[in-house]
Write a protein that binds this ligand. Structure first.
Ligand SMILES: Nc1ncnc2c1ncn2[C@@H]1O[C@H](COP(=O)(O)OP(=O)(O)OP(=O)(O)O)[C@@H](O)[C@H]1O
Length: 360
């Protein structure tokens, strides 16, 4: 696979989606032992803790980061499946952060989601034709049953299936075919924006490539804008124009994709890139940070990444860094980078190799 191709030109240069100061805090009951030691009944998980990002029309922004950093929570907030604790989400200029969750509003028709597990997201008792037609019915998009039938046939063929497949049930298909059905359903309302949460991670590698190619072709043909979520940096490299790196509910780096792979800035981004398979041991030895993701209930002070960071000093332990413009469209939240002490020559020189390794 090659890196993401040039996108088609769009007339409107305002971002389709913009998120400002987005937070989602979950209150959870404390285990008995913690109640006895610390007092209090509840503790807070700051799943998303002040997120700012924009996605230009017709482009893809991917969120990456280790498990539990808040990627899926961001996706759910944007889709209105969960209400933010604070902050705003604007879609095509309109604030949608307080729209009632799960209700079909005009703007919701324009935003759809593709999930990781195509089997769980398809009703096993429904024929594929009804699964794909349901959003058309919800939004009253077909004038008659005949028109609906023609549209479902068209969608099935568009995603690489046969119109006869509409009469079958989900269990009669392979994983890749089921994901094609999910995609047909997602695009049935003619959305402009798709949130894709790990859409290929449950699929075999060969099938993954087919689905990613379909998604990229769809983007070009339909002018779609994507928020893409994946653990797999090779997949992210293939799909993205922009990449946002999350750590414990915050963005630590947002960058054009090629820039991120060739010249990663934040120490955590460099650590993530080092996880790309097949890097030689000599480069692994140069990793500037290590260790596990801390407990999100009690995150480290200052920069959340400081306990794992070779560049951390007192300021990093004390003061939360802000996402600052670093040049070339790159924004980084790191005191060391800001103070010009972020250079680790051995790691920086490994950047080009990372980009090469990430192409699958
Ligand atoms: N409904 C909830 N109640 C309490 N905590 C939650 C809830 N949903 C998510 N969390 C917590 O919020 C944090 C972020 O979770 P989230 O699923 O968004 O992370 P993620 O980056 O998508 O992880 P993964 O890659 O494993 O899906 C985690 O600590 C998770 O346990």
């Amino acid at each position: 696979m090659n890196a993401a191709p040039a996108r088609m030109k769009v007339a409107d240069d305002r971002p389709l989606l913009s998120v400002n100061g987005l937070k989602k805090h979950f209150a959870m009951s404390k285990p008995l032992l913690n109640r006895l030691i610390e007092g209090g009944e509840t503790q807070t998980v700051k799943a998303v803790d002040g997120l700012d990002l924009e996605i230009p029309r017709g482009q893809t922004l991917s969120l990456v980061g280790e498990s539990g950093c808040g990627k899926s929570t961001v996706a759910r907030l944007i889709m209105g499946l969960s209400t933010p604790s604070a902050g705003s989400i604007r879609f095509d200029g309109a604030d949608i952060s307080q729209a009632p969750a799960g209700q079909p509003a005009a703007v919701r028709r324009r935003m759809q989601m593709i999930f990781q597990d195509p089997y769980a997201s398809l009703n096993p008792r429904w024929r594929v034709r009804d699964i794909i037609a349901e959003p058309l019915r919800t939004y009253g998009l077909s004038a008659s049953r005949e028109e609906e039938r023609r549209e479902v046939d068209r969608l099935l063929e568009f995603v690489g299936l046969n119109s006869k497949d509409g009469d079958k049930f989900p269990h009669e298909f392979s994983g890749g075919q089921r994901q094609r059905i999910s995609i047909a359903r997602a695009i049935s309302t003619k959305p402009e924006f798709l949130v894709c949460d790990e859409p290929t991670s449950a699929l075999d590698v060969s099938v993954q490539a087919q689905i990613l190619n379909l998604m990229r072709d769809m983007q070009r043909e339909l002018g779609l804008t994507y928020l893409f979520i994946s653990h797999d940096l090779a997949v992210v490299n293939f799909m993205s124009d922009w990449i946002g790196v999350m750590y414990l509910g915050r963005l630590v780096e947002v960058s054009p994709a090629a820039q991120l792979f060739n010249n990663p800035q934040h120490p955590y981004t460099r650590l993530l890139l080092d996880t790309i398979p097949d890097l030689g041991m000599s480069k692994r030895d140069r990793v500037p940070a290590s260790g596990e993701v801390p407990n999100p209930i009690n995150p480290p002070s200052g920069c959340h990444f400081h306990p794992r960071c070779a560049l951390a000093n007192d300021r990093c332990r004390r003061e939360t860094p802000n996402l600052r413009v670093h040049g070339n469209g790159v924004r980084v939240s790191c005191h060391a980078v800001e103070e010009g002490r972020g250079d680790l020559p051995a790691v920086a020189s490994a950047g080009n190799d990372h980009a090469a390794q990430a192409v699958i």
